[in-house]
Design a protein around this ligand. Structure first.
Ligand code: THU
Length: 140
């Protein structure tokens, strides 16, 4: 992917952060994914008064893309206003592993800091459908 395309995904994540619905934490997060069809889908965190129902920006972006028929993710950017770059939470790591394993992930903040990460490093020894397949193949 070209530098320009990477910049588009980052810009989309930063813009999506502005839509964040986070009245309880005030921690605004934006995310954007690019798919192999060249489309960009964005997400922001959306908090519920029943806190546990809150959804992270990354999952909103991934769900939007999947629900529009996209299946292959090339890039994912996550944007938050922290000095130490904010990585995807544990739940999002699982979803990234299952649906966007091959995406280049970049974390960004409002100061222009950036860092790329790989999902294998964020979620080593991940659980996924392989275990279910193995189980079903061997059960009597
Ligand atoms: N949050 C995200 O949206 N993505 C992350 O990677 C980390 C956490 C949100 C969830 C919640 O609305 C707020 O940040 C504080 O946890």
């Amino acid at each position: 992917m070209s530098e320009v395309e990477q910049e588009e995904v980052i810009a989309a994540a930063l813009a999506a952060r502005e839509q964040s619905v986070a009245p309880f934490s005030n921690f605004l997060v934006g995310a954007a994914v690019r798919t192999d069809t060249g489309k960009i889908f964005t997400g922001c965190n959306i908090e519920s008064a029943s806190y546990g129902l809150t959804v992270c920006a990354e999952r909103v972006a991934i769900w939007k893309a999947l629900s529009e028929g996209e299946r292959n993710f090339t890039n994912l950017a996550v944007a938050a206003d922290t000095q130490t770059l904010t990585p995807p939470c544990g739940t999002c790591r699982q979803i990234i592993w299952e649906f966007a394993k091959h995406a280049d992930i970049v974390m960004v903040n409002l100061h222009g800091d950036r860092e790329g990460v790989h999902i294998e490093n964020l979620l080593p020894r991940a659980f996924d459908a392989r275990f279910l397949k193995e189980f079903n193949a061997h059960k009597k």
